[in-house]
Design a protein around this ligand. Structure first.
Ligand code: GAR
Length: 193
């Protein structure tokens, strides 16, 4: 079976992008990163992609009149690289309904909680305020509702008594780096159901 071609969309650090790049470099991993798109020209992840010779594109929301035009520019970049699967990896711009519908079933996201618990931003601070003992991370298909589509894979992570949002984020991030490549493999091997 041909390797899945990934388009990875980022806005910042790109550590999940790095986990995908590293996985794709492994023998027999059924995917390659065909393109990295950032909506932020300063994103550290762009340098990670560049260091590996992966094509990059910067598509800024402010350069496009409305969200449909922004989404269209994203679609054109992704299409130009024949990507089969769009992976949101810390992409902090909400995508329009038309984009989500166009890529439905081929558009996935990673979120730093055990969805449906704690959708949205500032996840780890809210987890600590809620006082739960376990949190985690989720890779899911993207649907029109933010952080709500069908779950592909989750990993739970303990909350420690003296955690700060930063220490908890670091523990969850390590789990994210494990499950994002696993989710891509499940999709590539048609084993998500
Ligand atoms: C990750 O923790 C990811 O789960 C989160 O942003 C971080 C990006 O880090 N995404 C969201 O909160 C989306 N709702 P990275 O740029 O190092 O991969």
């Amino acid at each position: 079976m041909a390797a899945l071609k990934l388009a990875v969309l980022i806005s910042g650090r790109g550590s999940n992008l790095q986990a995908l790049i590293d996985a794709c470099a492994g023998r027999d991993f059924p995917a390659t990163v065909a393109l990295v798109v950032s909506n932020n020209p300063q994103a550290q992840g762009l340098a990670r992609a560049g260091a590996c010779g992966i094509p990059t594109a910067v598509i800024e929301r402010r350069d496009h009149g409305d969200r449909d035009a922004f989404d269209q520019a994203l679609t054109e970049a992704i299409g130009a690289h024949d990507a089969d699967l769009v992976c949101l990896a810390g992409f902090m711009s909400i995508l329009g309904a038309d984009f989500v519908a166009r890529w439905r079933g081929r558009l996935i996201n990673i979120h730093p909680s055990l969805l449906p618990e704690f959708p949205g931003l500032d996840t780890h601070a809210r987890v600590l305020v809620a006082g739960v003992r376990t949190t985690g991370c989720t890779v899911h298909y993207v649907t029109a509702e933010v952080d709500a589509g069908p779950v592909i894979i989750q990993q739970s992570v303990p909350v420690e008594a003296n955690d700060t949002p930063e220490t908890l984020a670091a523990r969850v991030l390590a789990a994210e780096h494990q499950i994002y490549p696993q989710a891509v493999r499940l999709i590539a091997e048609d084993r998500t159901t």
